[in-house]
Design a protein around this ligand. Structure first.
Ligand SMILES: [Zn+2]
Ligand SMILES: [Zn+2]
Length: 720
């Protein structure tokens, strides 16, 4: 974890923790404990972080179970908040929730484990300072410094809400803001390392960024800063090579170490970047989720004695779909995408102007990672303003003999098509970066299309494709290579039969109603067999080499925040999609709440896109060992997955379930709750008993909270 980068003490901002608004929480210690006597001075430092404690008896926050307080924050950007806090009367650690609100209204949530003030000796790994207040007869009481990393580092702060868990009493004595530093500022205090990074030939933005990433992570590992641009006792050479490009592709790379020197040769600049991450991974560095707190960075000297490694991705395009949410930093997902060797992001936005608002911040981050952009959302209905209905009812769809201004449009109306085509062209004009546009119809299971006389013969798929063809013609007048997708989703998963795609219309396959317990081409799952048949029909109409897949492995709305792990489904699907000659798979990441459970499908999906034959169980064992500090936690994923299978199964959705299948599923569902879920919980508890470090402990506690959430939501799904 990247928590201990030195920051010059004067750069921190200390914030009063007890504004008038907290009066309710300021009285408990008066005359009781003698809090003011704990400290010799209002200023102290814990592990290099300065804190300022208001010395008055009432100048602390005390929160009983479930209580909340609100602290205004200065309008500056932050890398992290540091709390000087302790929990009283806790037999086991309790939980304190920190909700940060930013100046633009965005929020993010963090939960920290807080330990008892008497237990300082039990948690020597935690940053702490023990005091000996006379009120306790000189007995030691310990305050701990907790670092809460801020995800939205680009936004000014506004306020912090602290909420105590359901037991214990928390004292929050001081609050300090850690500033956002540039990499140069961050590494400046470190001594220079004897490892040099040399960029040979090309020094475009992607190669330069690769050198900077190596510099950052080597600094974090060794505590010394490797200079860029000079050889030293140990040297990493970064270069590109036409032969490697021919053999391994632009994204492929070769690592070759010899003594104190190692060369990373990329086919292209992106190959140099992925090779740099591969070198770090060979040293134990791991990127499991977006955000520094989810990265694993061992403290040790980097060894350049790496045997020759050559890698070439199975998929030339590797993707993810990102939906912006208020507690999330999109730049972190861009960063995570490159670290997991993804090169395509579909930004699925709530409104057509989203990219215009974000591009200034995100575009440089995407460019220096060589990432391609797709962009869109359910924008089509918005291109035909409903206010036109009174004047032009025939532009709108017909239902039961009446025109309606509710969904989509009448695709037999040339005027309606011209209207949306003009809007689509405007979207291309305003958004120069995206390559493929999604201008989807309404998000409906069915019933949003037209039943007028002219449309009567056209299926939903035919009607949707008619609209996309009209938009593609206008979009390509603005930019000849612009593409728009035909969305095969819900009522449009069946192939169009009367309309053919025109140039610039490509397929986006979004099988949201499929079953995720089984691979899409698993013959034992009738639901998926029907979907696979529809897809293969679509690929007789659309060019597979231009086809994109919008999958749902990371969609926490679909999974109701259960965060399942789907190693077998992912592996089977990706092999099947690749066998069909499809261009790219872009699983949708969307969640309504911050993640508690680790989102293993993100790393699994990226890893299997790079190497179809990678062993997902080995990946989960590595996650267990590196992220949770206990390889046995890999069994937790096995138990959890077994528990979720009967609950997430959709094999017979819309089909009569055979009696024997129904009774087996009932029995399996019951066993999930009495056997596999409890076993999964037990594995986490055992790991908590022997966990080595504070970071792993936090992750295990978060995972346990995620498991409890999954059990609650699974019960709701499993009820008949
Ligand atoms: Zn019509
Ligand atoms: Zn199934």
């Amino acid at each position: 974890m990247l928590s201990v980068m030195p920051v010059a003490a004067q750069r921190y901002t200390t914030v009063p923790i007890t504004p008038a608004a907290n009066a309710a929480h300021q009285t408990a210690f008066t005359g009781d404990i003698g809090f003011g006597e704990w400290f010799d001075s209002p200023d102290l430092a814990v592990r290099g972080v300065p804190f300022r404690i208001e010395m008055g008896e009432r100048d602390i926050v005390r929160l009983g179970p479930g209580q909340t307080c609100e602290v205004p924050l200065p309008g500056e950007r932050a890398a992290a908040l540091h709390l000087l806090a302790t929990g009283g009367y806790l037999a086991t650690p309790g939980e304190l929730r920190a909700d940060i609100t930013f100046a633009n209204g965005a929020r993010e949530e963090h939960t920290r484990e807080i330990v008892d003030w008497n237990y300082g000796a039990r948690y020597p790994g935690d940053a702490a300072r023990t005091f000996e207040p006379t009120a306790f007869g000189g007995a030691g009481k310990t305050l701990y410094a907790y670092r809460v990393p801020v995800r939205r580092k680009s936004l000014p702060l506004q306020s912090l809400r602290l909420t105590a868990g359901d037991r214990g009493t928390f004292i929050i004595a001081a609050l300090t803001i850690e500033p956002v530093l540039t990499q140069e500022e961050r590494l400046a205090p470190l001594p220079e390392s004897d490892l040099g990074i040399l960029v040979e030939g090309d020094d475009g933005p992607i190669t330069r960024f690769a050198a900077e990433q190596l510099q950052l992570y080597v600094s974090l590992m060794e505590g010394k800063r490797p200079p860029i641009g000079q050889a030293d006792r140990r040297t990493v050479h970064l270069r590109r090579d036409a032969d490697v490009s021919a053999r391994l592709g632009e994204d492929g790379f070769r690592l070759a170490g010899e003594g104190e020197s190692l060369t990373i040769t990329g086919g292209g600049a992106t190959g140099v970047l992925y090779g740099s991450y591969a070198l770090l991974e060979s040293q134990g560095v791991r990127f499991f989720m977006p955000g520094e707190e989810h990265e694993v960075v061992p403290k040790r000297e980097v060894s350049l004695a790496v045997a020759v490694v050559e890698e070439r991705p199975d998929w030339a395009r590797r993707g993810i779909t990102y939906y912006p949410y208020e507690f999330d930093e999109p730049a972190d997902w861009v960063d995570f995408a490159a670290k997991t060797r993804l090169n395509t992001i579909l930004f699925h936005a709530p409104a057509p102007d989203w990219w215009e608002r974000e591009r200034e911040m995100l575009n440089p981050e995407l460019e220096r990672r060589g990432i391609h952009i797709d962009f869109g959302g359910h924008f089509m209905p918005g291109l035909l303003p409903r206010s036109l209905f009174a004047e032009h009812p025939d532009w709108f769809r017909m239902e039961n003999g009446e025109r309606r201004a509710d969904y989509n449009l009448c695709p037999s109306s040339p005027e309606a098509l011209a209207m949306i085509a003009q809007g689509a062209a405007e979207i291309v004009r305003r958004n120069p970066e995206p390559e493929v546009f999604s201008i989807w119809p309404d998000d409906l299971g069915g019933g949003g299309w037209c039943h007028c006389e002219k449309c009567a013969e056209l299926s939903a798929s035919d009607q949707s494709l008619t609209a996309m063809n009209a938009m593609a013609r206008a979009m390509r007048e603005v930019r000849p290579d612009a593409r728009v997708v035909f969305l095969a989703y819900q009522d449009t998963v069946q192939p169009p039969t009367r309309v053919q795609p025109e140039p610039g219309v490509v397929l986006l396959w979004a099988p949201r109603e499929r079953c995720y317990v089984h691979g899409l081409n698993d013959p034992s799952c009738p639901r998926n067999v029907a979907h696979a048949r529809a897809l293969e029909g679509l690929l007789r109409v659309f060019d597979p080499a231009e086809t994109e897949v919008f999958e749902y492995y990371l969609d926490q709305i679909l999974y109701q925040d259960i965060v399942p792990t789907l190693p077998q489904t992912l592996q089977a699907d990706l092999a099947y999609y690749r066998s069909l000659g499809i261009k790219v798979v872009e699983p949708l990441m969307v969640s309504l709440v911050p993640f508690r459970s680790v989102l293993a499908n993100a790393g699994l999906s990226a890893g299997l896109q790079w190497d179809e034959d990678a062993d997902p169980q080995a990946w989960l064992r590595d996650l267990a060992g590196s992220y949770f500090g206990d390889e046995d936690v890999s069994q937790y994923f096995v138990q959890r997955e077994t528990a979720l299978r009967p609950i997430l199964s959709r094999c017979y959705d819309g089909i009569e379930v055979p009696d024997d299948v129904a009774s087996t599923r009932r029995a399996d569902t019951e066993r999930s709750f009495v056997q596999e879920f409890p076993l999964a919980w037990g594995i986490l508890e055992r790991a908590l008993l022997r966990v080595p470090g504070a970071d792993q402990r936090q992750r295990l506690l978060a995972e346990r909270a995620g498991l409890f959430q999954a059990v609650d939501h699974a019960r709701a799904l499993a009820r008949p």
